[in-house]
Design a binder for this molecule. Structure first.
Ligand code: HC1
Length: 574
């Protein structure tokens, strides 16, 4: 520890802290724009400038380390003037369409301008840079007219070991984009959206599909059916001011009904189905000498990463469709058949914490009824936008349930949304199936938690099953290098594209750096899911009555049977 003074107040802080961290401990938030803890600490935006006694000029608090006896001043006229000028210069090249910007009210630049009392937003107006747009993909849009060149998106992409964006040109012409100014659709982007949730402004957004959904709801010919992913319920409330980690499953179901969806289903049903198919696939690979380790396939950003960067490991991927697409496939086959609805009249909508799901629904071999399994995939943020547009008072809505036909699920499915959840769910079912009994011990705690890499060995039916769980593509990359080199003797691996799993997906509500850098958001959201699992009467996928009905009525050959393969399994590009 070292002793310093901040604004004349003595404090004791860790010796390796930066001024920014030390000030935060002392209850002072130093403003930042480019800072994202552990991801982007480059001192580039100059918002966090402070005075240090004896220093010749202002210093950047986010990168400047404390030392014994240091005296820091965070609120002097010189500091205030510097911050104000920085904001005015940023505004001089910024597209100031704040009233209609998707990030209005949640924009870090806007908030700082308010906080700092910027009075003249056009003070340095003059020539504007090109401000190019990239709308080439089906999942993401870039508007460089709103970019402040903070590089947070570039660092997030690097952190995922994808690195398809960077700075092009220099000086006034600098723009973030892909190499040689190619559109994003030309490069090996995996669609994870981690760049979007890292962006402080409205420069990066998902491709908004809300109007298509509203049009479908207003079309009397269409039966519009929605499903929501496990992780959405753990984060949607943040859009309405609720604390991080509030589970809003009931209010979400109520909101979806009031938005006009004809049926409100739960992707958790598809997660239970995924476990039936995946556990069966795993057991069969182990018994019949199939390709091991088997690797989960429900995270589309991860699947895209595997196809681009590890095509030699495609045979390791489970052939199971994701829960999103299993639910979609069964809506347009089993449910349509039972209800006598022509699948052509169904509009199947999903709400996901993920931008890559918008890509997944367009993949080949995801069309069990000869039509796309899912027609439109929205992010959690887009659902919030629809709720706000409809003027629903979210926190005053009653708690309602999903519709029964595909709205009943188990605790195993709920935890899919957190890293380790898919593996735990699969082990719960595989262990029961192999041992032929209802095992009491069902919590696989060694593979819980938000660390990027976890491993464990479990004794299942006399066999040592070695499993690994990774989240975030940098961790996946490191593990896959070992698998490729034959240095990893795992039987089963879970990979989730986003750090911490889907709770931290690229389609989730965006928390500013001041929160994200100092709060473990993914742990709080994951806790909401594990708490729900613990409180549920059924916690193993094979115990779900809807799953049992689906196999007894429709997929009568059982998990892994011919029909199940046609409807619930997929293929990949090598
Ligand atoms: Fe996920 Fe999945 S857990 S991939 O993270 O397997 O997006 O929540 O919906 O499909 O169920 C995401 C979450 C989600 C699928 C499930």
């Amino acid at each position: 520890m070292v002793n310093i003074k901040i604004n004349g107040v003595p404090c004791e802080v860790p010796a390796n802290a930066t001024i920014l961290e030390a000030a935060r401990e002392a209850g002072i938030d130093i403003p930042t724009l480019c800072f994202l803890k552990d991801i982007n600490q480059i001192g580039a935006c100059r918002m966090c400038m402070v005075e240090v006694k004896g220093a010749r000029s202002l210093v950047a608090a986010c990168v400047y380390p404390v030392n014994e006896g240091m005296e820091v001043f965070t609120n002097t006229p010189k500091v205030q003037q510097s911050r104000k000028m920085t904001l005015e210069l940023l505004l001089s090249v910024h597209e100031k369409k704040c009233l209609t910007c998707e990030r209005s009210g949640n924009c870090e630049l806007q908030k700082l301008c308010n906080d700092m009392g910027i009075e003249e937003e056009g003070r340095f107006d003059g020539a504007m840079p090109a401000g190019n747009k990239d709308v080439s993909t089906l999942y993401l849009e870039r508007n460089n007219a709103k970019c402040i060149l903070c590089r947070r998106c570039v660092a997030a992409c690097q952190n995922q070991h994808v690195s398809v964006i960077g700075a092009n040109s220099r000086g006034f012409d600098t723009e973030i984009g892909c190499a040689f100014e190619q559109p994003l659709s030309y490069v090996s982007c995996v669609a994870c959206g981690q760049c979007i949730v890292s962006c402080p402004t409205g420069a990066l957004t998902e491709k908004d599909n809300t109007q298509e959904v509203i049009d479908a709801i207003n079309d009397p010919e269409k039966v519009v059916i929605v499903q929501t992913a496990p992780a959405v319920r753990a984060a949607l409330g943040e859009e309405f001011g609720m604390p991080i980690g509030t589970n809003v499953e009931g209010k979400m179901a109520a909101a979806l009904r009031r938005l006009g969806f004809d049926k409100v289903f739960d992707t958790d049903f598809g997660a239970d189905m995924t476990i039936m198919e995946e556990a069966n696939e795993f057991i069969s690979r182990v018994k019949n000498g199939g390709t091991l380790p088997m690797i989960t396939s429900c995270s589309p950003g991860w699947v895209k990463f595997c196809e681009h960067y590890y095509p030699d490991l495609i045979d390791n991927l489970s052939t199971c469709k994701s829960p999103q697409n299993m639910t979609g496939a069964l809506i347009k086959t089993w449910y349509a058949q039972k209800e006598g609805i022509d699948p052509k009249n169904i509009v199947s909508v999903s709400v996901m914490p993920c931008t890559a799901k918008k890509f997944e629904i367009m993949r080949n071999d995801e069309n069990a009824a000869g039509l796309p399994d899912v027609d439109i995939s929205l992010t959690t943020r887009e659902l919030a936008r629809m709720i706000k547009k409809a003027q629903l008072n979210f926190d005053r809505l009653p708690d309602e349930k999903f519709d029964d036909a595909m709205g009943v699920s188990t605790g195993a499915a709920v935890i899919f949304g957190a890293t380790g959840g898919v593996m735990e769910a699969a082990l719960r079912t595989a262990a029961d199936l192999l041992e032929g009994k209802d095992l009491e011990s069902i919590e696989y705690k060694e593979i819980r938690g938000t660390e990027g890499f976890k491993e464990a060995v479990y004794k299942v039916a006399g066999m040592d099953v070695k499993v690994a769980v990774v989240s975030g593509l940098s961790n996946a990359d490191a593990l896959l290098k070992k698998v490729r080199a034959g240095e990893a003797d795992y039987h089963f691996i879970e990979v989730m594209c986003c750090p911490g799993g889907c709770v931290n997906g690229g389609g989730q509500p965006i928390q500013p750096s001041s929160v994200r850098s100092f709060t473990d958001i993914k742990a709080l959201r994951a806790k909401a899911l594990y708490d729900q699992d613990k409180a549920m009467p059924l916690r193993k996928s094979h115990q779900s009555p809807v799953v049992q009905k689906c196999y007894s009525e429709f997929l009568t050959e059982g998990p892994g049977g011919h029909k199940a393969h046609e409807i619930l399994h997929t293929s990949y590009i090598k």
